[in-house]
Design a protein around this ligand. Structure first.
Ligand code: COA
Length: 211
């Protein structure tokens, strides 16, 4: 998949661990990262040697000069920041690590981050604001709803559907054709053999509802 041309000067919204990885992807893509935006951290510090520039007010003042990438791992917070960027007229950048493999026929929305060694296979559809973390596999014809998160090494078989804001934990596997409901959480290492309803937490092999 050809990566859309973005503003080569980028700021990353969120300066925690996830934001750091997002900044690293941008640098690996040859973009210039000006620094981080964070509402909860004092401006002036540095992360990865890059400055923390300020909060939302900084972005509002400089919105015509930079693009923005979403560096927030928590799904609801990431959706909120996406909305804030939209309100400022900024469409968050889609960042794909150079070592990720994304099929030409896959569709990847705005503000999606695809990390190192991830695979997105043909005809998969990935909605806005999704995280495909390191080494995760999205098989052919999967559909991921907005602001979902596939953790490192999570694997989706073909035609799996993941609801909006759902979180699939580290190394979890979802069997082909199964679905995970909106805002559901699949625990690390779980193997999902049956559809997961919305807003539940499932764990284990086979995955069972925990709450
Ligand atoms: C499933 C999960 C959400 C539960 O979190 P929690 O509600 O805080 O759960 P707790 O740690 O309080 O554990 C509650 C119980 O569930 C069990 N449990 C927790 N996670 C489990 C998992 N992944 N698989 C099996 N059992 C699990 C605990 O052993 C504990 O069992 P007990 O009641 O018999 O002692 C969490 O453990 C998890 O797996 N999150 C995924 C994290 C992840 O992948 N992050 C990636 C970031 S990039």
């Amino acid at each position: 998949m050809e990566q859309k041309r973005e503003n080569p000067r980028l700021v990353v919204y969120g300066c925690g661990g996830h934001g750091k990885v997002v900044a690293d992807i941008a640098l690996a893509r040859g973009l210039r990262v000006e620094g981080f935006i964070d509402d909860g951290v004092q401006a002036g510090g540095r992360v990865l040697g890059l400055p923390i520039l300020g909060g939302a007010a900084w972005l509002e003042a400089h919105r015509s000069e930079v693009g923005v990438a979403l560096g927030i791992g928590e799904n609801h917070a990431r959706r909120r920041v996406y909305g804030l960027c939209e309100a400022l007229g900024l469409v968050p950048a889609t960042l794909i690590h150079p070592s990720a493999v994304v099929a030409a026929s896959a569709r990847v929305g705005a503000g999606v981050v695809v990390m190192a060694q991830a695979v997105i296979n043909p005809d998969a559809r990935v909605a806005d604001g999704v995280i495909i973390n390191s080494g995760a596999i999205v098989e052919h014809d999967c559909e991921l709803g907005a602001f979902a998160h596939l953790s490192p090494n999570a694997t989706l078989g073909g035609t799996v559907r993941i609801g909006a804001l759902a979180h699939v934990g580290l190394g979890a596997s979802i069997l082909p054709g199964k679905s995970v409901g909106e805002e559901a959480v699949v625990g690390a290492g779980a193997v999902v053999l049956a559809d997961v309803p919305p807003r539940v937490v499932v764990v284990g092999v086979p995955a069972r509802v925990r709450r």
